[in-house]
Design a protein around this ligand. Sequence first.
Ligand SMILES: Nc1ncnc2c1ncn2[C@@H]1O[C@H](COP(=O)(O)OP(=O)(O)OP(=O)(O)O)[C@@H](O)[C@H]1O
Ligand SMILES: [Mg+2]
Length: 486
Amino acid sequence: MKLSEKLAILEEEERRATDGMTAQTSPRRRTVNARPKRSGGSWDANKRKVLDLVREEIAPRMAGLSGPALGAEVKDALDRILQREDVQVSPMERRKFVRELIQDALGYGPLDPLLQDPTVTEIMCNSFDDIWVEREGRVHPTDGAFTDDVQYRQVIEKIVSAVGRRIDESSPMVDARLPDGSRVNAIMPPLAVHGSVLTIRKFAADPYEAKDLVNFGTWTMDLALMLEACVRGKLNVLVSGGTGTGKTTNLNVLSSFIPEGERVITIEDSAELQLQQSHVVNLEARPPNAEGQGEVRIRDLVKNSLRMRPDRIIVGEVRGPEALDMLQAMNTGHEGSMTTVHANSPRDALSRLETMVLMAGYELPVRAIREQIVSALHLIMQVDRMPDGRRVVTAVTEVQGLEGDVVLLQDIFHYRMLPSDGGKLAGELVATGLRPKLVDKLEALEIEVPAKVFRPPMATRPIHESRGRRVRVPSARELAEPERAR
Ligand SMILES: Nc1ncnc2c1ncn2[C@@H]1O[C@H](COP(=O)(O)OP(=O)(O)OP(=O)(O)O)[C@@H](O)[C@H]1O
Ligand SMILES: [Mg+2]
């Protein structure tokens, strides 16, 4: 009997047994993902034994096999071994046992169901039996586990070697990618003090669009209208935010406003952007090999991209001296370029840029750097992650010019917190009411932004009732004041 037929029979048996159990014992339903109770270490020991036998059996035929052919070979071997060997697993557990074995032999073991689960956006393994996931912005532990540390290390090596890299004591931290495009980072001892750590940022099969960000409350319709006009009008935009706040996602959505037909070059450490236009070239930096040779930095790619006739250059994230090349590109005919930076506020983003420009090694006076920044950058968008997991845009700020040595920043949109009942966080992104100077640039290109976009909410709820107390909500203009005063 073929394995598939056997599985069907086992499934039927399991279903009947479960129905019987549910009827007799408790009205509560069994959770689909519940891990079967293991009889001591026998489950893992059995799995290890069968896996070793599978590997032994298919090893001579492994070379040259991949994909479905390898899958069929593993399933046949498993079929033969389960018939031949005395495996102590109850009939109810058998189906799960076979499924886990196939995952272990062909995929990434306990990571497979998490990779297939569309609600999981990030997977974090701190050790073989300590796996966490992020769902809807919140981090939760899971009950999944690798059989042991050996299997955990094997999976890490499988992921890393598939992209031609290696992880060992001489190269203990690696960036890699899964075949589906998910971004992977692995770090092992002695750098990771308590054992290897694997972090996977899942690749969105269906990337967010502007309408999704509006639905999530990250953007407002008014902001979307303004951003679309800015991108079409080739203004240079910087997305700023902390780790995992949504910088790349916002950059990707911004890039969706680039008109079809322009030649776009994307440059990243690990290719994550998913542009939908037809004329896109993706470049990816390369770390040095084991001998410390062959490194290609973001900076080299930015310089190279200038010789590739780009209309726009999109750099996934500026972290170092490439900031200078990026600013120069923005200033010299590659308007409409975009990038992201790791910073906590628009002003912090500027000082990070200054520091990064200095890393290029030219002893530029601070004023000269600021002049470059001011003439290159038009807009900074600050993104943040709220404690409840929501991603919000907290400020959209125009870079207006230099006054003395100080860069003038003006908030166009600002996130204001609202008093709320029941301890739930509430806030909204509102226009500050100030008409940005960039509107003149856009009008010169006959791109119109409706005036209503910049209108602050009509003194919305200036007095708010909270637990019987009347609280005054500061106006958007008042919130913008401190930044203007700097
Ligand atoms: N507006 C949003 N609403 C909900 N989830 C979001 C939003 N933006 C991003 N995310 C999710 O947050 C996670 C991090 O997003 P993203 O990769 O864009 O962040 P990042 O700031 O670029 O991170 P890193 O600093 O690691 O590069 C992803 O799983 C993504 O799906
Ligand atoms: Mg990113």
